[in-house]
Every structure is written in structure tokens, then in C-alpha cells.
Design a protein around this ligand. Structure first.
Ligand SMILES: C[S@@+](CC[C@H](N)C(=O)[O-])C[C@H]1O[C@@H](n2cnc3c(N)ncnc32)[C@H](O)[C@@H]1O
Length: 231
């Protein structure tokens, strides 16, 4: 009997199953996280929240860095915000920037329901307007910064992150793989151009030591970049 050709790994849902297994074991959901996801889907927000495991990873990073001041760019329904806010020490705060008033309203409801709204300040408007306002109002330096909004603006968000950071600040930029398209040097897709430029800036910036990791999981091929402000 001729052997059936093996199914190539890249068409297999294996990594989804592994991610679910890891997630259920190590980043189990609870009533508050579940309600947030349900409220987001009910309000028809795009299903682009971080995965449970990335949420847990962000939470652990906030704990490792002992972050008291966190900046998030891109709130959506506040799912990642809940994970991070739970890791804050007493008196810790997250400033989360969101363009869309409806997303911000849903996020406030989710954070209120999770008992965390008193730790989070959601600022509505284009982040490129909110960031200079934050700087001029004397906010920061932030200890941990999570960039997860419109990818085209990632180079500018990185510049603002540097202005709002100190030595030791950790900066995470989500979704840098773009389903693999990040390697297309000639791409004119604004999200890919923005992602590549941001990574190049991370590489060239002497104040940063940076890395990028690709991941596979419930969201398919994905990845994030992370940088430490070293001076
Ligand atoms: C990927 S989602 C954020 C997901 C969220 N961090 C989570 O994991 O739960 C991106 C969010 O950024 C917001 N956004 C897009 N462009 C923006 C901008 N210019 N300024 C601020 N927020 C923006 C979108 O409205 C959307 O809610």
C-alpha cells in the first residue's frame, strides 16, 4: 500500500491544540476574563484581544519588572488591561490609550466588572494626540509599555515610548510577524512598513536592547518584539 504523504505541520491545528492545552493549564480563564470576552463579542468588537497566554505573559512581565506605572497603547475591550492591572502593586496605575470611544466604553465596563477600574485611566482619542498630552502633563516615566494599536504608527509609538521611559523600562510591541509578511522588504502594506521600521529602530537605537520572537498558537503565526531601555 502506498503510504499517505504526511500532513505538513503548517496545515495542522497542532499548535492551536498545544496553545489551548497550555492556556487551560497555565492561563486559565475565570468569570471576569470570560465576561470581558463575552461582552466584547456581544458588542461586536473585533476579536483581536491578546491570547490568554500572551495576557498571562504580560502579567508576569509586569510582576518581574515590579511595574507601578504601565502604559498601554490600544485598549480594545480591556482584556489585556485586566491581565496587567491584576499584577499591579498597591497604588499602581495603567494609562491605556484608545482611539474608539465605543471600545473605551466597553473596556470601562469590563474593568468595572473586574473590580479594576480604579487602577486604569483610559484616554480616548488618537494615541498620537494623547501621548504628547501625557508627556506635557508630566506623566511617566512608565515602567512597562505595551504597544498594541494601529501598526502603521508603531515607529512613532516607539519614539513616544522612549520619551516616556527610564532606564529599566520594558517595551513590548505586539503582532510583529504579520502572518509572515514581515519579511517582505518591498511590501507597501502600511502595517508591514510600520512594523519593519519599528523593528529597525529598535535595532539601531543605542538606548534599547531588543529582541523579537515569533509564536504559533490560537492566533496562528504571530509574534512580539520586546526591548529594554538600557540607558
Ligand atoms: C489589537 S486591539 C488592542 C487589543 C488589546 N490590547 C487587548 O489585547 O485586549 C487595537 C486597538 O487599538 C485601537 N487603535 C487603533 N488605532 C488607534 C490610534 N491611532 N490611537 C489609539 N488607539 C488606536 C483600536 O481601536 C483597537 O481597539
Amino acid at each position: 500500500m502506498p503510504r499517505k504523504p504526511a500532513k505538513p505541520l503548517w496545515t495542522s491545528p497542532l499548535w492551536t491544540r498545544i496553545d489551548r492545552y497550555f492556556g487551560e493549564l497555565l492561563a486559565p480563564s475565570d468569570e471576569k476574563l470570560d465576561s470581558a470576552i463575552k461582552a466584547n463579542r456581544k458588542a461586536r468588537l473585533p476579536a483581536i484581544d491578546v491570547s490568554p497566554l500572551l495576557g498571562k505573559f504580560l502579567q508576569i512581565l509586569v510582576q518581574i519588572t515590579k511595574a507601578k506605572r504601565v502604559l498601554e497603547i490600544g485598549t480594545l475591550g480591556g482584556y489585556s488591561t485586566i491581565w496587567m492591572a491584576r499584577a499591579l502593586p498597591r497604588g499602581g496605575r495603567i494609562v491605556s490609550l484608545e482611539f474608539c470611544p465605543r471600545h473605551a466604553e466597553i473596556a470601562r465596563g469590563n474593568l468595572r466588572n473586574a473590580g479594576l477600574l480604579n487602577r486604569v485611566d483610559i484616554r480616548v482619542g488618537p494615541a498620537l494626540s494623547s501621548l504628547p498630552q501625557l508627556k506635557s502633563s508630566g506623566a511617566g516615566p512608565f515602567d512597562f509599555i505595551f504597544i498594541d494599536a494601529d501598526k502603521v504608527n508603531n515607529p512613532k509609538y516607539l519614539q513616544w515610548a522612549l520619551k516616556l521611559s527610564r532606564r529599566g523600562t520594558v517595551i513590548v510591541v505586539d503582532n510583529v510577524v504579520r502572518q509572515g509578511s514581515v519579511v517582505k522588504a518591498k511590501s507597501s502594506d502600511p502595517d508591514i512598513v510600520g512594523t519593519r521600521r519599528c523593528l529597525e529602530m529598535m535595532a539601531a537605537e543605542p538606548r534599547l536592547s531588543a529582541v523579537a520572537l515569533q509564536t504559533v498558537g490560537v492566533k496562528g503565526l504571530d509574534g512580539f518584539a520586546m526591548a529594554l531601555v538600557i540607558r
